[in-house]
Design a protein around this ligand. Structure first.
Ligand code: LLP
Length: 427
């Protein structure tokens, strides 16, 4: 469910008409719905309520301070993956006791920063990392709490670039050697193994991987406890999918049905690290059509959003629904389950201004005829949109607006040319 809807043929975010925002802030523009963000967070909180989970919002998904703060104000902690994300989480009001730190390549400086911030735990991904962390923790005289991140070696379940739990990816500890590696860490003076972590991949549209993951997790927790590790936490990561091409996402309750009984059985505290599920459908990217042209048998719509604003189609061939913000009277409502043929539409290449043929938002997409100046909505762009954006081709990053009912707030201004050279040394 989201709070983007057409009223009198004009797309609104909650009570606010999108054209008024585009007029005021320009395009490309990210627009987020507060009600949608909170709806999804609450869905997770309710679905898993029986085990009172710590929901650590995954900052990498959309790290805007206002969005992080909203999550934290409503009970979430933070899952961070770098010193920079830790900084964002702390700046947004997160307290260390609700922060977990993942990632295969944490530096000593990041260990120090996180230990000084008294974070809840590190998700450790290799033996070498654990030893490096122990050394820093020893120097600081602050013992580190860790969860061992296991790679549970599951079958493929999502796009190859975002599937983190098949054998042979760089993530986590090999499931076959984890116990052997954990044994000598019992009663280590500087690190305490208090949890087991896994993140299966993203996005995941079935419960099966979680079922297999928790099953393997329970066996490992038992074995780690037998070794003498005081395991208190099971962290199942993020990965819950959302609607993109069609209404394919599962409700939070479906994942809870699989995960909650296992957590109860293991007598553990549950940590989750959702990102996309919360913010994915809570954001759209608004662009404006610059030109149209026909070339090489294709119909192109060149609009002002590009791969630097939303790289997911280029990187993963991802599908984002696209529709005019104010469709003409004879244009049907935007499809929610994308069919091949939609009356009144033509096959369109939706592309941006960047000098790469990989700069596209949609290939062969059925869209109504579009004209210069028209606004487009690119849906489900709240997750991994702005957070993966760049300045490539000298493009200023988009502005971001957060809508709340009939009001809205600019939460990131559009970058200026000055911003583009700010970090460079004066010539
Ligand atoms: N925890 C860990 C350790 C992760 O690596 C991730 C995502 C998450 C949690 C949050 O996953 P989510 O709930 O958002 O699915 N850029 C890609 C997705 C990369 C995901 C990276 N890790 C995309 O645009 O699809």
């Amino acid at each position: 469910m989201d709070h983007f809807s057409y009223r009198r043929r004009i797309l609104h975010c909650e009570e606010v008409p999108i054209p008024s925002l585009a007029e005021r802030y320009g395009t490309p523009l990210y627009v987020y719905s507060k009600a949608t963000l909170l709806h999804h967070l609450r869905q997770l909180q309710h679905a898993f309520a029986a085990v009172r989970p710590l929901i650590c919002y995954s900052v990498k998904t959309n790290g805007n301070l206002h969005i992080c703060r909203l999550m934290i104000e409503h009970g979430a902690g933070a899952d961070v993956t770098s010193g920079g994300e830790l900084y964002r989480a702390l700046r947004s009001g997160a307290t260390g006791d609700k922060i977990v730190f993942a990632g295969v390549g944490k530096t000593d400086a990041e260990f120090r920063y996180a230990l000084d911030s008294n974070i809840l735990m590190f998700n450790v991904e290799s033996e070498a990392e654990l030893h490096a962390l122990a050394e820093v923790a020893g120097q600081l005289g602050r013992p580190a709490r860790v969860a061992l991140r296991v790679n549970p070696a599951l079958p493929p379940k999502t796009h190859v670039k975002t599937d983190t739990s098949v054998k042979g990816t760089k993530f986590g500890l090999d499931i076959d050697s984890l116990l052997e590696f954990a044994r000598p860490m019992v009663r280590h003076p500087h690190v305490q193994v208090v949890g087991l972590h896994m993140h299966l991949g993203s996005p995941i549209l079935t419960t099966e991987p979680y079922r297999e993951g928790v099953e393997k997790g329970l066996l490992l927790i038992d074995a780690l406890r037998q070794q003498g590790h005081p395991i208190e936490y099971l962290n199942m990561g993020g990965g819950f999918g959302i609607h993109y091409r069609r209404q394919a996402a599962l409700p939070a309750s479906a994942f809870a049905e699989v995960i909650v009984p296992a957590v109860q059985k293991a007598r553990c505290k549950l940590i989750l690290e959702p990102g996309r599920f919360i913010v994915g459908n809570a954001g759209i990217l608004v662009s404006r059509v610059l030109y149209t042209k026909d070339s090489g048998g294709k119909h192109f719509v060149i609009q002002d959003a590009a791969m630097n604003d939303l790289i997911r189609p280029t990187l993963y061939d991802s599908f984002h629904r696209i529709w005019p913000v104010a469709p003409a009277d004879d244009i049907p409502a935007p499809p929610t389950d994308y069919e091949d043929d939609i009356p009144g539409t033509i096959k369109t290449e939706v592309v941006g201004p960047i000098c790469e043929s990989g700069d596209f938002l949609a290939h062969d997409r059925r869209l109504p005829p579009l004209h210069r100046g028209e606004l487009l909505a690119i849906f489900s762009a709240g997750a991994y949109g702005m957070s993966m954006s760049s300045n490539y081709n000298g493009r200023c990053r988009a502005a971001e607006v957060l809508v709340d009912g009939a009001t809205h707030r600019l939460i990131r201004r559009r970058e200026t040319f000055e911003d583009l050279v700010r970090a460079e040394i004066e010539v």
